[in-house]
Each structure stands twice: as structure tokens, then as C-alpha cells.
Design a protein around this ligand. Structure first.
Ligand SMILES: Nc1ncnc2c1ncn2[C@@H]1O[C@H](COP(=O)(O)OP(=O)(O)OP(=O)(O)O)[C@@H](O)[C@H]1O
Length: 606
């Protein structure tokens, strides 16, 4: 038992933090800090925002909050009523067993990608955020500039206004419909559907109007059923029926006539029932599609926005200069049913405005980890529609914003964001030793706000080599040394997947390594090779940045990636640079790290 109003003694906390990483997150119950407690027990805010520096215990506090809420409201709240959006599938497994308090009952945990994917028709291929990140970092594609602009623009309020305007126009005309066909013939042409739709009350939302069209079609089907029953094809079909179907019809007739005087072996009655059944069977899939509003084509309609300037002629002030290029790329992707990560939130938001939001009213609490990667116009707007009665806990760190859209646009953590909320700021970093925190805070613009927790450790090490081959040998030595010192989880972190694959290829014959890709769902103790964006949210005993040279880490996004990578380290951090180290390292005071330059000694045998 302890007083939660007090900060726990440093001694206890120090020994907890000094432990080796477990590959699963640990419970922090016995050493909860006062500010973390405010997050855990917050009951009054509908939107709670937590800006916490790397390693400040945001995720740990969020998970304790889940346990607390489930206990506090045990009569009314169950784990199925809580959703947590986590940054990657690896992270899901990482926290899976964190809360013994929850027992087997864990909340619904998924990535936002997985959630969006579920909202889409199977025929779409949805790009993962990691694929988008690779595209961004590799800077190779001929359409690179235009697509990067699209990444920014498609997360903006201006684009949301363009989409909303487009939806308003669609309420008046041009929604694209599909013919309804039965047995290869058009039974209701799309023009008829369009006409019917535009006759419905304009003030109603589009999904409600489509619902009316759907009811009308189903009514038409009733008439159609009567007509079809008399046609020859029905009898032909009946010949293909199984014996079991006949028996079934016979039994039904018998049931229906159980209390009447009529005979049931009347041949005509049986044929009539058979015909009725066959037509109903044949129409069943079509009826289902009509109920799902498949007679409207949202994708084809959406493409109008990118193929015809007429839709945006009064919106020019809201379009970026590269609009034409963006249209070309977007339309090409949509034609192939390929949804890029930047297109997904806007498209799904748009589609739900046409087909209706299937709101999850049972969800009471939504937790969004790494909230700095989400933007308000589409992503938050979508969450609010999908979880209308849910309280939101949004946690993240602005310094770890690693997606293009999150750099220029407002995110869920921005101070300027209008949403009414309560904000808690965590500035103390618990994960890494004091020397590692001092090193990482030195190259961040608002690094002064980061406070290390006093835990002693070695200074980070920078090893500067002239060539790659020299680095490999030294990396192996470094890893062996870490292992000798008892470190069990060691990460070799690269910037891109391509870099990680190359490290893996070079070292796999000399070390036991595991390569982490976006498909990886679990990892154990040992040495992993992992790109920085996948290591997000996770921690390791020792971290090695495989290539911290200047060409690898230059712009703001790369700096944030670099910061994210370095702050994964609990006890040891070393960085290799092939040639000149990154400009961010160059700004760090020399006393905060040990710098070795390794030269190749050429021995001249003569
Ligand atoms: N009160 C505490 N007692 C013990 N350990 C703690 C406490 N708070 C945080 N920690 C430890 O600090 C480390 C970082 O915590 P956590 O992963 O929750 O931080 P975070 O803010 O989500 O980090 P990041 O944004 O860098 O992913 C973990 O090892 C966690 O167990």
C-alpha cells in the first residue's frame, strides 16, 4: 500500500529502471509517478491529451489507466468497450501481457491501419504507413515531389473543405450508380436509380436517401419475383435441384397444410412453391447487395474529383500548386484500386459520408498511442464519427513525429488544435540512463524541456569509420561486448528497410540475428535488426545506430527518426558513422559522448 499522492522514492524506481528489458512491457504499479497518476485516474475529460517526452511512461500510464477504469467501473465497463490504436503490430504483442490486472481480458488492440483496412471493400489494396515511409525516405521515384506534396495536402483542412464541398455537390447531382442486373439482363438501369435518388428529399443526408432507393429497389424486386416465377428458366433450374431440395419443398407444403383439409400432394401447388423458392434463392445475393447499397459506385464518383476541374472551379484558393500532378497520380492509383496511406483517411471519410458511418456506440474509451502521427481533419473526424460516445485519451510526443503529413499540418498533439481538451505534459524521461537522455535532448529544438531521471550509465559512443567493411567488424565487437555485460535485448537500428536488409545480409553469417519487417508480430530476446519507424514505442537494453552518418540523417523528419531510434535504448547506445557523422550529432557538446575515429592502417610490405 502506498500514497499515490506522493512521488515514489528514487531508490526503488532506480532499481526497477535498472532491470534488463523483458521484451514485454512491465507493469509500473509499484512506482507510479504523480503526473502519471493524473493520467491513470482522470475521469472528467472527454478528450485527454498527453504530450510526453520519449520514455516518460505515456504508454505505461495509458495501460494502467485501462486497468484502473476497468476496476473503477467494473459494473458497467468491459474490456470489449475499450479500443487502443497502437503504432505497429510488433507493439501489439509487446504490450499484450503487460497488465496481469486485466487477466485474459485485454482491450481491443489494433493499429489504425488494421482498423481502416476493415472499413474497406476487399478489392482495395491499402498501402501501409511503413510502405509510405519507405517511399518518402528513399527519395527515388520520378513523382517524388508531387507525391510528397500530396502527403501534406491530403492531411490538411483545405483538402477536407474540398471534399466536403464535393459531397455537397453530389447531394445535387452526378452520384454514379450501377445498373442492377439479374441473369445477365439489366432489370433496373442506373439512370432510373439516379433519377429516383435525386427525387428524394435533398435535405436528408446521402446515406438516408440511398436507403430510400434501396427500399424502392427491394419493392421492385417483389414485382419482379412474381413475373420471373412464370418464366421458363425457373423450370430449367428446378431440374438442377438436389433431391434434398424437393424433399424440403414437400415437407414445407406438408407443414403449411398440417391443419387444413387441403391435400398436400397437389402437383401444381408443389411446382408453384418450387418456382417461388427458386426465384427467391436466385435473387437473394442481389437483394443483399442492394441492402449494402452496392448499386452506387463511390469509387467511380470519387474519381470525378480528380479528372474534372469543374468540381473544384470555385475552390481554387484551397488547392495546392501541384494539384494537376496530384490529380494524375491519385486517379491512376484509384483506377487500380490502390489506396495510398495519404489517400486512405480522406477516401474512407468520403465513402462513409456516402454509404453511412457504422458507428460503434458501445465503445466507451478510445486510446490513441503515438497521437502525433494523426491529424484532425480526416483521422480525428473519422474517429469521432465511428466512436461517438467514446472518451478519448490521446498520447504522443511531438519530437517523434515521423510521418510527412505530421510535420507541416496540425496534429492531435498541437497546442493550436481547437478541440476542447485537458492536456497533461510529461517531461521526465525514465527509460534511458541520464547520459543517453542528455545526448538525445541536445539535438532537439525543444530539448530543454526534457528532464533525465538520475540513473547513471556509460556515455553514448560514436564510432567513426572510413568504410562500411570496417564498421561491420566493430559492430560485431560492440554487440559481443554488450552481451558479455549481460544485455539481452539488442537492436541494430537502421533508417530504411533497405538499409536493414543490407545489414542483415552482411552480418547474418557472423551473428545470430533476427530481421524485423512490417509483417513481424513478435520478437524475443537476442539481436534484432529493425528500421527506426518499426522500433517506435519499443525499448531495448542496448541500441546500435548502424549508420548515423550525415547523408542518412539531415532533414527534420530524419532528425525525428534519429531521435526515436536513439531513445529506444535503456542502458547503452552506440552509433556508427561512415565518414562525417550526422549534423545532429555535430551539435551535441563533445563531453556528452565518447568519440572514436577508426583508421585503416595500411601496411606497406615493401
Ligand atoms: N513510474 C514508473 N515506474 C517504473 N518504470 C517506469 C515508470 N514510468 C515509466 N517507466 C518505464 O519507462 C520506460 C518507458 O515507458 P513507456 O514506454 O511507457 O514510455 P513512453 O512515454 O510511451 O515512451 P516512447 O514515447 O519513447 O515510446 C518503460 O520501461 C517503463 O516501464
Amino acid at each position: 500500500m502506498f500514497d499515490t499522492g506522493l512521488t515514489i522514492g528514487d531508490h526503488l524506481l532506480q532499481s526497477v529502471l535498472g532491470n534488463q528489458a523483458n521484451t514485454k512491457m512491465k507493469s509500473i504499479v509499484s512506482t507510479i509517478q504523480r503526473e502519471q497518476n493524473q493520467i491513470i485516474r482522470n475521469e472528467k475529460s472527454n478528450v485527454l491529451i498527453v504530450q510526453g517526452v520519449a520514455g516518460s511512461g505515456k504508454t505505461s500510464a495509458a495501460l494502467q489507466r485501462v486497468a484502473y477504469l476497468l476496476y473503477r467501473y467494473r459494473e458497467t465497463l468491459t474490456s470489449e468497450q475499450i479500443v487502443l490504436f497502437s503504432p505497429n503490430p510488433l507493439f501489439n504483442s509487446y504490450v499484450a501481457t503487460v497488465l496481469p490486472e486485466l487477466g485474459e481480458d485485454n482491450m481491443q488492440q489494433m493499429t489504425f491501419y488494421q482498423y481502416l483496412h476493415r472499413q474497406l471493400d476487399d478489392s482495395f489494396r491499402l498501402e501501409t504507413p511503413f510502405e509510405q515511409m519507405e517511399f518518402f525516405l528513399q527519395k527515388k521515384d520520378e513523382n517524388y515531389q508531387a507525391r510528397v506534396e500530396a502527403m501534406h495536402y491530403k492531411a490538411s483542412l483545405a483538402y477536407k473543405e474540398v471534399i466536403d464541398h464535393f459531397l455537397t455537390k453530389l447531394a445535387n447531382n452526378r452520384l454514379v450508380f450501377r445498373n442492377i442486373t439479374f441473369r445477365g439482363e439489366t432489370i433496373i438501369p442506373k439512370e432510373t436509380l439516379e433519377k429516383y435518388f435525386y427525387k428524394t428529399e435533398q435535405a436528408l443526408p446521402i446515406p438516408e436517401r440511398l436507403e430510400k432507393v434501396s427500399n424502392w429497389i427491394l419493392y421492385q424486386f417483389k414485382k419482379l419475383e412474381h413475373m420471373e416465377r412464370e418464366k421458363d428458366w425457373v423450370l430449367e433450374e428446378s431440374e438442377l435441384l438436389d433431391k434434398a431440395d424437393y424433399v424440403d419443398v414437400h415437407d414445407t407444403l406438408q407443414e403449411e397444410n398440417r391443419f387444413s383439409e387441403d391435400t398436400f400432394d397437389d402437383y401444381d401447388r408443389e411446382e408453384e412453391l418450387l418456382r417461388k423458392r427458386i426465384v427467391a434463392w436466385k435473387l437473394r445475393p442481389l437483394r443483399k447487395k442492394v441492402q449494402q447499397l452496392s448499386f452506387v459506385d463511390p469509387l467511380k464518383t470519387f474519381r470525378l474529383l480528380f479528372s474534372d476541374m469543374e468540381w473544384v472551379d470555385d475552390q481554387e484558393d484551397k488547392l495546392p500548386p501541384q494539384w494537376q500532378d496530384i490529380c494524375r497520380i491519385t486517379d491512376e492509383n484509384l483506377k487500380n484500386k490502390y489506396l495510398t496511406w495519404e489517400d486512405a483517411p480522406a477516401y474512407i471519410y468520403y465513402e462513409k459520408n456516402i454509404l453511412g458511418f457504422d458507428a460503434q456506440r458501445t465503445i466507451q474509451h478510445l486510446f490513441v498511442d503515438e497521437a502525433q502521427d494523426y491529424t484532425p481533419p480526416f483521422q480525428f473526424a473519422f474517429m469521432k464519427k465511428m466512436f461517438p460516445v467514446s472518451r478519448m485519451t490521446l498520447l504522443g510526443d511531438i519530437n517523434q513525429a515521423i510521418y510527412a503529413h505530421a510535420l507541416r499540418e496540425e496534429t492531435l498533439l498541437s497546442e493550436k488544435w481547437q478541440e476542447k481538451h485537458e492536456r497533461i505534459v510529461l517531461t521526465r524521461s525514465y527509460r534511458s540512463t541520464e547520459p543517453i537522455v542528455n545526448f538525445t535532448k541536445s539535438f532537439m529544438t525543444n530539448g530543454d524541456l526534457i528532464e533525465p531521471f538520475e540513473r547513471a550509465g556509460n556515455l553514448p559512443v560514436l564510432l567513426e569509420v572510413e568504410q562500411q567493411e570496417m564498421a561491420d567488424g566493430t559492430i560485431i565487437e560492440q554487440i559481443e561486448q554488450y552481451q558479455e555485460n549481460g544485455h539481452e535485448t539488442i537492436a541494430l537500428i537502421g533508417k530504411t528497410m533497405e538499409e536493414c536488409r543490407s545489414i542483415y545480409r552482411r552480418l547474418q553469417s557472423r551473428l545470430k540475428l533476427e530481421l524485423m519487417t512490417q509483417e513481424a508480430h513478435t520478437f524475443g530476446k537476442g539481436i534484432v535488426v529493425i528500421p527506426a519507424y518499426l522500433a517506435k514505442g519499443i525499448e531495448f537494453d542496448a541500441v546500435i545506430i548502424a549508420d548515423a552518418s550525415d547523408q542518412n540523417f539531415q532533414d527534420t523528419l530524419e532528425r525525428n527518426l534519429f531521435y526515436t531510434a536513439c531513445t529506444r535504448a535503456m542502458h547503452e547506445l552506440s552509433l556508427f558513422s561512415i565518414g562525417k557523422p550526422s549534423r545532429f550529432i555535430q551539435t551535441i557538446p563533445k563531453k556528452q559522448y565518447t568519440h572514436y575515429k577508426i583508421h585503416q592502417i595500411l601496411v606497406n610490405n615493401d
